[in-house]
Design a protein around this ligand. Structure first.
Ligand SMILES: [Zn+2]
Length: 237
């Protein structure tokens, strides 16, 4: 089955892991608030900003974050946005009247698609590199809209946002199970937002054997993500 992205189980994370309280969302009057990083919105002790090496991605990504997901201590939508210089992060549920989103969709220089595993989605994993390159019309930039939230909330976002639902959907086959061990995924093929974005970049990158590219900018996405996961696991009994 084609997979994707923005999935998480709030119940699962609470049940299976010991997650530090999100002190950034607590009372602003508490002393802990001053210890919160305003960029990644993590407690200073868990701030990952020093690991981020921002780069311009191709394609460009627009990350649409469900408000509850945006407040989650381990939401990877913001993490992804901080890594991608040319990304846009917008919080909301119904984007049908969002002017910024409307402008992005209608931009004649863009070719917007939606990363969403619908039955009619074009599975990037099953295309050749040449076919993937040919997806984007000449003189236009591929722009991938990514929905960041639980499966339930993402379905609601699509239901309410007919402008997003009309976009051609793309998906991919996950090459390996998710590494998001601090939040239980509904299925092994479900990826966090940052893992999904990394995989799309990999699939659309110029075809080049791994041995010829010991480091590529998108490696930073997984490096930051894995560092946060590993750090949190040290607090998990
Ligand atoms: Zn930070």
């Amino acid at each position: 089955m084609a997979l994707i992205a923005p999935v998480s189980s709030r119940k699962g994370s609470a049940k299976n892991t010991l997650i530090a309280p999100d002190i950034c969302q607590k009372s602003l009057a508490t002393p802990e608030y001053r210890l919160c990083c305003f960029r990644c919105r993590r407690p200073r002790s868990g701030c990952y900003c020093a690991l981020v090496a921002p780069f311009e991605s191709a394609p460009r990504f627009i990350i649409l974050t469900q408000p509850r997901e945006a407040k989650h201590s381990f939401g990877t939508g913001r993490m992804t946005h901080l890594c991608l210089k040319n990304s846009l992060l917008v919080e909301g549920v119904d984007f049908s009247r969002d002017e910024r989103i409307g402008r992005e969709i209608d931009n004649p220089r863009s070719f917007p698609v939606l990363l969403y595993p619908r039955a009619d989605a074009l599975n990037l994993s099953r295309l050749t590199p040449a076919q993937r390159t040919a997806l984007t019309p000449p003189e236009r930039q591929l722009v991938v809209f990514v929905l960041d939230g639980t499966w339930k909330s993402v379905r609601k976002m699509i239901r309410l946002s007919e402008n997003l639902a009309r976009l051609p959907p793309i998906s991919f086959d996950p090459p390996a199970p998710s590494s998001y061990r601090i939040r239980r995924q509904p299925k092994s093929y479900c990826y966090s937002t940052i893992e999904a974005v990394h995989q799309v970049i990999e699939l659309l990158a110029p075809d080049c054997p791994a041995e010829r590219r010991p480091f590529v900018p998108q490696d930073n996405l997984l490096a930051v993500f894995q560092s946060v996961v590993e750090r949190q696991l040290t607090f998990t009994p």
